[in-house]
Design a protein around this ligand. Structure first.
Ligand code: MF3
Ligand code: CO
Ligand code: CO
Length: 323
């Protein structure tokens, strides 16, 4: 059966625009510069000897659910979080070293997959299916240009001038570590350079708010203030989160001042801050794959993420880049 869209049909992506003005492949794709869905390779196997995270096990006994309050780590738990945080940062650095024009995001997936296994860890995204979603099919998220987050690695080669976010989550000895960063492919335009700088600053300003007794809401206030001051917007639909024995847990870390957020930071809490900042609108559309989120105006967006530990007197960045 063929089911081809005609030029004047409404585009499949949900934008409401005509296909010819949206995702129809132009003769010169680079003149338009939109990211198009590519071919996704078969699932990469993980050796049976590597322990799976709870959401891939039949027996979930003893693992807290997202309905529970947040997890407070004792000294042993904090050490486990330090170990997985450092490992996740190493995997991200290894993947980043392969970013170059002509390299496909699927090749980056293969690097991340192997790097996780080499550390006896499981790539947390692989098979992850929160409440009824289609299981995520790859080991890393690769989000190019207007892709906000959760881009699925495929056969699209990175192009000179692209920006690409690599989001690595590793499950090691019962704990998850989650970190991401955005990288320039070759030489990028000035607006993209500014976007990446401001987004990194937003993460740093968020981290500056972390200490025992501080409201989680202060993080989002600091991030939004800086983004708006720079004429950029905050993507509100995706948030930071508690991370530990669970991939996604309480508290929810909004990247804007959300009045309903009443959580207060406590020593032993671990959570991510992962602002997504956009040059244009912060509104998003979802591709039909159910995962890939793009900006509604197809302008570029960047993201940086760290896993943080609230210590007795401040903060530890568990996923700091290896020296
Ligand atoms: N690592 C992402 C985060 O920061 C979550 C990715 S879920 C996936 O929360 F299934 F898309 F991998
Ligand atoms: Co995260
Ligand atoms: Co992440």
């Amino acid at each position: 059966m063929t089911n081809k869209l005609h030029s004047n049909d409404v585009c499949w992506c949900g934008s409401g625009r005509k296909y010819k003005r949206c995702h129809k492949k132009p003769d010169d794709i680079r003149a338009v510069g939109r990211v198009l869905p590519g071919r996704v390779s078969p699932v990469r196997p993980v050796p049976d000897s590597i322990p799976r995270p709870p959401y891939l096990q039949d027996d979930r006994q003893g693992v807290p659910s997202s309905r529970d309050g947040y997890e407070i780590h004792d000294a042993a738990g904090r050490d486990r979080m330090r170990v997985v945080g450092r490992a996740a940062a190493e995997v991200l650095a290894e993947a980043a070293a392969h970013v170059a024009p002509g390299v496909t995001t699927d090749e980056i997936d293969a690097i991340v997959h192997q790097a996780c296994i080499a550390r006896r860890g499981y790539p947390s995204p692989l098979g992850y299916a929160p409440s009824g979603a289609t299981p995520y099919p790859k080991s890393v998220c690769t989000s190019v240009n207007e892709v906000i987050c959760h881009g699925i690695p495929d056969d699209r080669p990175l192009e000179d001038g692209d920006i690409v976010n690599l989001d690595v989550t590793l499950f090691l000895e019962g704990y998850h570590g989650d970190t991401n960063a955005t990288f320039a492919v070759g030489s990028v335009d000035a607006a993209s350079t500014a976007l990446m700088r401001v987004t990194r600053e937003c993460l740093d300003l968020g981290i500056d708010q972390v200490r025992p007794g501080a409201p989680v809401r202060a993080i989002g206030q600091a991030i939004q203030d800086h983004a708006h001051q720079q004429g950029m917007s905050v993507v509100r639909a995706f948030v930071g989160h508690g991370v530990g024995r669970q991939f996604h847990a309480a508290p929810t870390v909004f990247h804007y001042p959300e009045p309903r957020s009443t959580d207060v930071m406590e020593p032993g809490m671990t959570f991510t801050i992962e602002p997504m900042i956009a040059l244009g609108t912060g509104q998003h559309l979802l591709w039909p794959d159910g995962w890939t989120a793009v900006t509604a105006d197809q302008k570029r967006t960047a993201q940086y993420e760290h896993t943080l530990l609230v210590t007795d007197d401040g903060v530890e960045v568990l996923t700091a880049a290896p020296a």
